[in-house]
Write a protein that binds this ligand. Structure first.
Ligand code: ATR
Length: 279
C-alpha cells in the first residue's frame, strides 16, 4: 500500500491524516497517511529516511516548507513563486515539489465560499511564508488590485517585487495592479481581506484598521479554530463576513492528493464532515 505522511515540527495537531484517509476512502485509493515529527535541525535526514523506507510522497508543514523546496529536484511554477513546498512526490530517485496552499485558498474562497476574485480588490496581510505561499495563485485569479501590507514594510516590498519581476506573471500583471503598502495609514476599501499574519498566535491586535473593509467584505483568516476567533469577531463587528482557514486546509490537501494520485477527491463533502466533527 502506498504510504504518505505529513512532516513537520510540531505535527501532533495535524488534521491531514484524517482528511487524506477520508479522501482515500471516498475515491477508493489504496494508501496510508501518517504523521512524522522531524527534529528542527534534521529535516533532510528525516526526509531521506522516509524516502528510503518506501514513502511515495509527503506533505511538509511549518517550519520546513522552504527547506523542502530547496531539496527538491523539480518544482511547479507555484512552488517556485512561493520558494516553498508543502507537497513532495518521490519518483525514481527524484523529488518533485509543489505548493498547494495558494490554490487551496483560492478554491475555498471561490468554490466553497462562492466569492469570485476576478476583478475584485484584495488585501493580503502579512509577508512571511504563509503570504508568500498564496500570492501567485491569488494573482492567477485575476483580481483588479492586490495590495500586500505587512508590519515590516520591506518584506512586503520584497515579496511584491519578486512576483512583479517573475516572467510567468507578466501577462497577468497587465490586468492586475500589484502593490505593497504600509499597514499604518493603509488606504482603500477591499472586497476581500486575507489575514496571513501570525499576529493572533503572539496575542497581537488585529493588524489593520476596520475602515479598509467594504460592507460585506470577505474577511478570511488562514488559521482556524481558536487562533482565528479574534479576527472573525472583529470582521463581524464591522459588517464583514468572516471565514476561517479550515476550507483552505481541506482544499490544499485535495490538490496534494491530485498531485500524488491523479484523482480529485470530493473536498467540499470532506470539509462539511470536518466542520461537523469539530467542536
Ligand atoms: P508564516 O510562515 O506563518 O507566515 P512568518 O514567516 O514568521 O510565519 O511570518 C509571520 C507574519 O506575521 C509576518 O508577516 C509578520 O510580520 P513581520 O514581517 O513584521 O514580522 C506577521 N506578524 C506576526 N506578528 C504580528 C503582529 N503582532 N502584528 C502584525 N503582524 C504580525
Amino acid at each position: 500500500m502506498d504510504h504518505y505522511c505529513i512532516l513537520g515540527n510540531p505535527v501532533e495537531h495535524s488534521k491531514s491524516p484524517l482528511i487524506h484517509a477520508r479522501f482515500a476512502e471516498l475515491t477508493g485509493q489504496a494508501m496510508r497517511y501518517s504523521k512524522l515529527l522531524a527534529p528542527l535541525d534534521d529535516f533532510p535526514g528525516t526526509l531521506r529516511q522516509w524516502i528510503d523506507g518506501g514513502g511515495r510522497g509527503c506533505n511538509v508543514t511549518v517550519p520546513f516548507k522552504f527547506e523542502a523546496f530547496r531539496l527538491a529536484d523539480t518544482a511547479t511554477e507555484r512552488a517556485q513563486l512561493a520558494q516553498a513546498a508543502n507537497t513532495l512526490k518521490f519518483d525514481g530517485g527524484r523529488i518533485d515539489a509543489d505548493n498547494t496552499d495558494g490554490i487551496g485558498l483560492v478554491n475555498d474562497i471561490q468554490r466553497n465560499a462562492g466569492v469570485s476574485l476576478a476583478g475584485r480588490d484584495l488585501l493580503l496581510l502579512g509577508a512571511g511564508g504563509a503570504a508568500a505561499g498564496v500570492l501567485g495563485p491569488l494573482l492567477a485569479a485575476r483580481p483588479r488590485r492586490l495590495v500586500v501590507a505587512n508590519r515590516t514594510p520591506d518584506k512586503a516590498v520584497n515579496l511584491v517585487a519578486r512576483h512583479a519581476s517573475h516572467p510567468a506573471l507578466q501577462k497577468l500583471l497587465q490586468k492586475t495592479e500589484l502593490l505593497a503598502q504600509d499597514l499604518q495609514g493603509l488606504q482603500g476599501d477591499f472586497d476581500v481581506i486575507i489575514n496571513a499574519t501570525a499576529s493572533s498566535l503572539s496575542g497581537g491586535a488585529i493588524p489593520v484598521d476596520a475602515h479598509v473593509l467594504k460592507p460585506h467584505a470577505l474577511a478570511y483568516d488562514m488559521m482556524y479554530g481558536a487562533p482565528a476567533q479574534g479576527f472573525a469577531s472583529w470582521a463581524l463587528a464591522h459588517g464583514a463576513v468572516p471565514r476561517d482557514g479550515l476550507g483552505m486546509l481541506v482544499e490544499q490537501a485535495a490538490e496534494s492528493f491530485l498531485f500524488w494520485r491523479g484523482v480529485y477527491p470530493p473536498s467540499a463533502q470532506v470539509l462539511q464532515e470536518l466542520r461537523k466533527a469539530l467542536p
